[in-house]
Design a binder for this molecule. Sequence first.
Ligand SMILES: [Zn+2]
Length: 182
Amino acid sequence: MRLLGALLLVIALTTGAPPAAADPRWEFYTDDTTRYGSPWFHGRHRIMIPFGCTRAPYYSPDPRCRRNRGFHHGIDLAMKCGTPLTAGRRGWVVGTQGLGPAYGSKVLRIRNFTHDWDVVIGHARRVLVEPGDRVLAGQRIARAGANAAPDGCHLHFEKRAIRGGLSTAGRPRPLLDLRARR
Ligand SMILES: [Zn+2]
């Protein structure tokens, strides 16, 4: 009996706390395993698909990319469903007409005239603000989801020109302000 007790203790110690629940649908198309923080979301999360040409199979072949690869117009960060998203900078919430169904039905577009950008946030589970609202830095604006995304809950963060279409999407990373520490 003493042996059984010791065995149970060993099992309890080695299994430990359950690992953080990963979404089984996540597929990572980058070697970067760093968990980043950002003023745009709570917690620290891994990049799933970077901006630009990618071997991720979800995008049509793009003339800018070699080997028939597609072009990802934003940056995707894998995060648990429901993770709070916050406004990293102040701005105005504007309408989402013309974005198309690929971003999901809960999509958010924020405009900052001073710094000359629109931000598009896709695949949210919930959007907490409405067109016409002013948002302040740090304000909760949405919750991450997998709305219209085949690859699990994540944040799709895209930077565009003011009122710009998809072709104006540019490198989102400086605005996303990813921080590897703290
Ligand atoms: Zn994306």
